[in-house]
Every structure is written in structure tokens, then in C-alpha cells.
Design a binder for this molecule. Structure first.
Ligand code: F6P
Length: 551
């Protein structure tokens, strides 16, 4: 396999970068009034405007050539065909099968999976509908009013993000809670608001081995047992989603209350599976189908659109352009939609756990940058927090901005003001404000020359800061499904270009193993000396001071 940096497209991009690195987007827009039309694409009612990027036709051509030389389409086809592309775990990557709407056989390796997907989805919907229609009753024959999802990482962030994003589509007399943190504050704060008679817990863990989830699940079970007359009635309050059915049974979950997931679905790609149970309970089966439909349409787009019109491919290539040629270390995701407030956190796991790797598919350390630091927040809140750095800081932070043209519950003046902000910020980041403009403004205010000279450098905005803007009609289930899937495929394409396995996560192991060893030491309670002096010091400091109630 030719090394990435040896590919001719890479080398041409390197040379091209030298010519474009100082070109200002203002000039690109001045030279080409068709830039918006030329550099924007759409999928159903999602518009993807990527014209405010530091690219020309030539840049895009070279980036597309890079995608071809890295065999993006070949890898894409392997993924959809169910080949074992997660080679370090010998697994297929078939989250796309979970939303496939065609009636066709689907495989993970040699195993046929479409029938099982359908039957598991039907079980999930049946449970969700029985809760929504108040047929599912707790031990004292009362309907369920509160559902608590206990899970972490992919068994938490996806369902949380989607239930928040689709709040307007949710049933109102049912509350969905999420507990992820092993810090007892999380479960305590949640339990203190709940009535055991009307609460259902979902233990969501692909492995059923994750410490945080198991601790919280044990505490929840104990809490239930204290309120229930008999363990026999636990099944009315406890369900699980896992690929480790034996462990769930051993924990005390009734067999019929266990929903399956599979090793060919990565945790961070699993909201489309039974891990999405809290979503189905919140928004109902039909809306969940629309979420799947939206994702499926994005899958079809990714599969069939030519590379130059392929939204996730373009998203990925722009990311590579800044990450590998401009040396940008981070990207920001900035939704201008309050209900998308967990979208950046969700993408953080999807992106950073997938492509935060330094060894390629051949087991060799890479000699180029891979996944960026992804961060983000609601756009409006961020304007009053960290946009200062985006506008005038020394770092280049390419940003994605996303906004709905309309809201489910629209207050017209609010929404018009919201939209004015997203447009203004993207324009300001692109254009900036040069010295002449600042000077003219200050002169117009009647400022004297000395004050102008003093203030001027602080008031200049360099601009030339790239953004992508996504506009969609409204954040409905289908649109959200498409948006998530577009980002999933973007991450996939970048993983292919960087020659990574985006579907394992060995990097989370070391800390877990050390934590379980240190927990044993803490439980024994004796001073420790076998770690480095900092770790010894911290553990011993804690052991000396921890209150008696901690054992
Ligand atoms: O520690 C990371 C991780 O393995 C994630 O990849 C995963 O989404 C999360 O933990 C939770 O894992 P599980 O669903 O097996 O409890």
C-alpha cells in the first residue's frame, strides 16, 4: 500500500497549499460571484454551504483526487457489503444495516442479519408502545411515568442527544432520564425525583461489563428491591440492551426483557439499534422510523452520489485540508438550535473515539495528523463565550454551523434574530474587518488620531476563518437522522484517508485496567508505593483523608 503522504494527490495538495495559504476568502468571493452556487450541495431539505472555505476549484479537484487514490469508494462498498473492515476485532461495521429500508438480505461477514434486525426492532417498538399507551404496568399496577437509561458512551450519548433534539416530538407525560456517571451524584440526583412504582430502568451496555454502568445498575436495582414486595416483580421495572445476554440474565434481568445488539454495531454508532429504546419510548415508533429513514437516505446519498456531489465526502475532505495542510488542530460544531445542545458532545465521541488514533491499518505509526479535537456548544451561547478566540485568536478553528429555518414552536421574532446571528457570524469569520475599515469606522465616530492609532490593532479581525453552514427546514426526526448519518460517513471517509481502523477503541483500555487495580488498592486501604510518586502521593493523600463512611 502506498503511504498516504506518498500519494501524488497529497504531494500536489502540499504544493498547492503554498500558493493558497495566504489567499483571503474575501478575494475569492470577489472574484467569483457564483461561489455559493458552486460550493453548496443539498440532500432533501438540508442545504450544505461550503463556499466559505479556503478552497478553489483546483483545491477541490485535488482533494477529490486524494479521495480516489485513498480508495474511499472501495472501502465504502466494503462497509455496506458487511466485510470485516474492523480488522483488529475481526468485525463487520454494519450500523448502516440497522436503517436499511430495502427488503434485501444483509450480511455481517457470512452471517445474515436483516431478519434479526427487523425482529429486534419490532420488539423494541412493542415495548415502547406498551409504555407509551400505559399498558406496561409496574409492580403496583400503575403505568410507567419515568424511564431511566443507565449507560455510558455510545450507550448514552446517542439516545440522550436524540431525545433532547426531538423534544417537540416527545410524549409529555413520560420523562426520560439518563444516568451515566459513576459519581453517585448522578444516580442520587435522579432517584430522588422518582417513584419506584412508576419507574422503568433500561440497563444499556453492549458489553455488560462497563464499570460505571454496572455500579449504577446495582444501585438502581437495590433501590427498586427496597421498594418492591418481591424480587419476582423486578421484571416490570428492569430491561436491558446488550450483546452479552448471559451477563444481563445473571444480573437479574428477565430473559424476555433483554434486547439484543450485535458486535457489528460499534457503541458510538448504535443509536439506531435497541440502544435507541429510550428514543422510541420518547418519540414513538413512527417518528423513530422517520429517524431511520433520514439516515437511510443519507446512506443512499453516500453510496451513490458522485464524489464531487457527495456531502460527507466533501465534509471529510475539507476537514483533511485544514487538519493536514493548514495544521488546524481542532474543529468546532456550533448548532444554532437549542434542542441540539448535546449534538457536539455526541459527535465528540463519534469522531474522537473513531479517528483519535496514531497507528495505521498496517500497524505502523502514522507520520501525519489524524483526528482533530472536536468541541462545540450551542452557537448563540458560544458567541458570548469562546467566539473571541475563533475571531481573533492565533489558532485556526474551522467550524460547522447548523440551523433550522423554522422551529416546531416558532416565535417569529426570536427565530429571525437567531438566523441573523448565524449568518452574521459566518460572514464575520470569513470577511473579518481590515485596518482600513476599522479606521474609517473610528473616524466616523469622531475619534482622534492618537486614540485611533492606539485602538486600531485590537479592533482588526483577520477573517479568512472557514465555516460550513447547514440549513434545514426544521429539526424533525428525518432531518436529524440524515444529519447524524452524514457526520458518521464524514468520519468514515476521514478514517479511510488517514488509513485508520475507525471502529476499534483500544485507547480506552489502559485507564480502565489501571482504575480496577487502583480500586482494589483503595478497597484494601493500605498506603501504596508501587506507582510513580505522583500517583502514590495522590492515592495516599486520599486514603488518609477519606471519611469513615467511605469504608
Ligand atoms: O470506554 C469506551 C466504550 O467502550 C465506548 O466505546 C462505549 O460506547 C462505552 O464504553 C460503553 O460501552 P458499553 O456499551 O459496552 O457499556
Amino acid at each position: 500500500m502506498t503511504l498516504l503522504t506518498d500519494l501524488s494527490a497529497w504531494q500536489q495538495l502540499d504544493a498547492h497549499f503554498e500558493g493558497i495559504k495566504n489567499v483571503h476568502m474575501r478575494d475569492l468571493f470577489d472574484q467569483n460571484p457564483q461561489r455559493f452556487e458552486q460550493f453548496s450541495l443539498s440532500l432533501n431539505d438540508i442545504l450544505f454551504d461550503f463556499s466559505k472555505n479556503r478552497i478553489t476549484d483546483e483545491t477541490l479537484g485535488l482533494l477529490l483526487k486524494l479521495a480516489e487514490q485513498a480508495d474511499v469508494t472501495g472501502w465504502r462498498d466494503k462497509m455496506f457489503a458487511g466485510e470485516l473492515i474492523n480488522h483488529t476485532e475481526q468485525r463487520a461495521v454494519q450500523h448502516v444495516a440497522l436503517r436499511n429500508r430495502r427488503n434485501e438480505p444483509l450480511y455481517a461477514g457470512d452471517e445474515r442479519i436483516d431478519q434479526e434486525i427487523k425482529s429486534e426492532l419490532a420488539r423494541v417498538k412493542a415495548l415502547a408502545e406498551s409504555i407509551r399507551t400505559r399498558h406496561w404496568r409496574g409492580h403496583s399496577d400503575q403505568p410507567i411515568t419515568d424511564v431511566v437509561n443507565i449507560g455510558i458512551g455510545g450507550s448514552h450519548l446517542g439516545p440522550l442527544m436524540v431525545t433532547e433534539a426531538l423534544r417537540p416530538y416527545s410524549i409529555h407525560d413520560l420523562k426520560i432520564h439518563f444516568v451515566s456517571n459513576i459519581d453517585e451524584n448522578h444516580i442520587n440526583n435522579t432517584l430522588e425525583t422518582l417513584n419506584a412504582d412508576t419507574t422503568l430502568f433500561i440497563i444499556a451496555s453492549k458489553s455488560f461489563r462497563t464499570q460505571d454502568t454496572l455500579f449504577n445498575a446495582q444501585t438502581a436495582k437495590k433501590w427498586l428491591m427496597e421498594k418492591l414486595d418481591s424480587e419476582q416483580l423486578l421484571h416490570r421495572h428492569l430491561v436491558a440492551v446488550t450483546s452479552n445476554v448471559e451477563a444481563a440474565v445473571e444480573f437479574g434481568v428477565a430473559h424476555e426483557n433483554i434486547f439484543k445488539m450485535w458486535d457489528w454495531v460499534g457503541g458510538r454508532y448504535s443509536l439506531w439499534s435497541a440502544i435507541g429504546l429510550p428514543i422510541v419510548i420518547a418519540i414513538g415508533s413512527e417518528n423513530f422510523d422517520m429517524l431511520l429513514e433520514g439516515a437511510y437516505e443519507a446512506d443512499e446519498h453516500f453510496k451513490s452520489a458522485p464524489l464531487e456531489q457527495n456531502i460527507p465526502v466533501i465534509m471529510a475532505l475539507l476537514g483533511v485540508w485544514y487538519n493536514n495542510f493548514f495544521g488546524a488542530e481542532s474543529i468546532a460544531v456550533l448548532p444554532y438550535d437549542q434542542n441540539m445542545h448535546r449534538f457536539p458532545a455526541y459527535l465528540q465521541q463519534a469522531d474522537m473515539e473513531s479517528n483519535g488514533k496514531g497507528v495505521d491499518r498496517e500497524g505502523k505509526p502514522v507520520d501525519y495528523q489524524t483526528g482533530p479535537v472536536l468541541f462545540g456548544e450551542i452557537g448563540i451561547a458560544s458567541q458570548h463565550a469562546f467566539y473571541q478566540l475563533l475571531h481573533q485568536g492565533t489558532k485556526l478553528v474551522p467550524a460547522d454551523m447548523l440551523a433550522p429555518i423554522s422551529n416546531y414552536h416558532c416565535i417569529a421574532n426570536h427565530h429571525r434574530a437567531l438566523m441573523s446571528n448565524i449568518f452574521a457570524q459566518a460572514e464575520a469569520l470569513m470577511k473579518g474587518k481590515n485596518e482600513a475599515e476599522v479606521r474609517a469606522e473610528l473616524e466616523q465616530q469622531g475619534m482622534d488620531e492618537q486614540s485611533i492609532a492606539r485602538l486600531l490593532p485590537y479592533k482588526v479581525f483577520p477573517g479568512n476563518r472557514p465555516t460550513n453552514t447547514f440549513l434545514f427546514y426544521t429539526l424533525d426526526p428525518k432531518t436529524l437522522g440524515s444529519l447524524i448519518a452524514l457526520y458518521e460517513h464524514k468520519i468514515f471517509v476521514q478514517g479511510v484517508i488517514w488509513n485508520l481502523n475507525s471502529f476499534d477503541q483500544w485507547g480506552v483500555e489502559l485507564g480502565k485496567v489501571l482504575a480496577s487495580h487502583i480500586l482494589e488498592e483503595i478497597n484494601q486501604g493500605n498506603p501504596v508505593s508501587e506507582h510513580d510518586s505522583s500517583t502514590n502521593g495522590l492515592i495516599n493523600y486520599y486514603l488518609e483523608r477519606k471519611p469513615k463512611k467511605l469504608g
